[in-house]
Design a binder for this molecule. Sequence first.
Ligand code: ATP
Ligand code: MG
Length: 547
Amino acid sequence: MDDMQTNNFIDNIISCDLKNKKHDTIFTRFPPEPNGFLHLGHIKSIVLNFSLADKYQGLCNLRFDDTNPQKEEQKYIDGILRDLKYLGFKPNKICHSSDYFDKLYDSAHILIAKNLAFVDEQTPEQIKENRGTLTKPGVDSPYRNRPIKENKELFNKMKNGDFANGKMVLRAKIDMASPNLNLRDPVIYRILNVAHQRTGDKWHIYPMYDYTHCVSDAIESITHSLCTLEFEDHRPLYNWFLKKLEFENKPRQIEFAALNLERTILSKRKLKQLVDEKIVSGWDDPRMPTIAALEKKGVPPHALINFCQMIGVTKKDSVIEYSALDGCIRDELNKKSPRAMAVINPIKLTISNYLGNDIEIIRAKNYPQNETTTLRDIPFGRELYIEACDVMENAPAKYRRFTIGREVRLKYAYYATCTDIIKNDEGTITEIICTYDKKSKGGKTDDKRKVKGTIHWVSAKKSIDATLYLYEHLFNVVNPSISLQNNIKDYINPKSLQTIKNCKLEPNLSNPENIVYQFERLGYFYADQSTKTPSFHRTTTLRKSSD
Ligand code: ATP
Ligand code: MG
């Protein structure tokens, strides 16, 4: 991570804190809840937390915020660890909020002893009702002044599983008239008679996010606790707990704008809905914005990191255009992807003046953009496949591909002129006949005559069959998070996945490497190593058509 660039308002705060000797070193953390797989939004947070720690020779922890056992699963913990590894980040420590359950429980007893927390037996509906609104103060719970001793006993019993779920909660005693609703006696523990994936049956109560988070930060000596803007209103509560519990180390919460990406949902809960409703095939469906999905379609980790550094970190909400991410992916792939030729929608091209049926070898550059490129052999012959969309009858003068009488370059090979177009009974073009200029081998001629277009091709005899998966945005609306309140199925782009079988590929791809290839004029394609017949996922299209 040596080339990481940070420079944002948080960086400035940290640099000031260090200059003023507020800390000797800094500690940050990335705290996902293991209730789903990581998505692009998390990458922004990961890059921010890890790169700041790195820049100031500090440390960054990974903390699983696992206080909601009904929603959390080991498979998500495993997935998150894998995703972090894919991105190339190594946490200082792997922690869990559940590591601190004892400490959190003891701290809650401190609050009770200080008469700053009480057991409330109101129903969840009553608590909600009595909370008030932004314009109306809340109403004190009738249990607010319960004696400390009774609170202690009840809280112990809650812990031991003596009560049913929802029967009572532990609340902080702050101010029911506070203009900040988060300070109106927030719930800090609820009863959940549910086993936890790590602590088993030990607990029948689980701490709430706001309480858990600041205490966990303090225990881990976090200096700067970075979170998204929606927690700004929670900061007074974060600071209240730290003050009342008299933690020596007082982490500072700093909020930044979450990543919003057009046509994309960035929330684990909402993404889970897509998986549960089988709108996608799983968390790693390549149309998902998860790291697992991006990896499956060959997006290099550096492209993701570069993207996050390019968009930067501010306090102002905005929606980033998807093309910004695609640009970073292409920049990364363009350098590394060898070229190859594939025909998605093949029609036959027969060269009438090509003598014999023999195959000849054409040499092509694997990396034409590099001076020192390797070469590969591509078979060429009398019969080729080209794209159906590279032929048009009665084409306009500026059409740069095949129409009768027009000469076109067959990439790396020869110039060919279309002499006949053959159609089936339905009027669809099935084949074209061409003549070729034998002297134009290599795709150029001595007389330097120009051809208008260059198209890709494969040998009909020597090509291999493959399945290509083409992806578009999953949603046909720019802001799907808003539309998600309605019937989500109405907003799915029907063309988001196109599976195209029997595509024709040059034979060099019969055993593809575990890399992304650039298929000339079609885009970047990642070889799927899990299938018997060659299959490729389109990572992204090319910047513009090279027609
Ligand atoms: P959920 O929908 O379950 O709340 P989430 O997608 O918001 O899930 P969390 O586990 O709540 O993910 O978040 C883990 C960390 O990642 C938090 O620090 C959070 O602020 C950060 N994070 C989540 N989404 C984004 C985002 N879109 N942009 C930047 N940071 C994010
Ligand atoms: Mg969240």
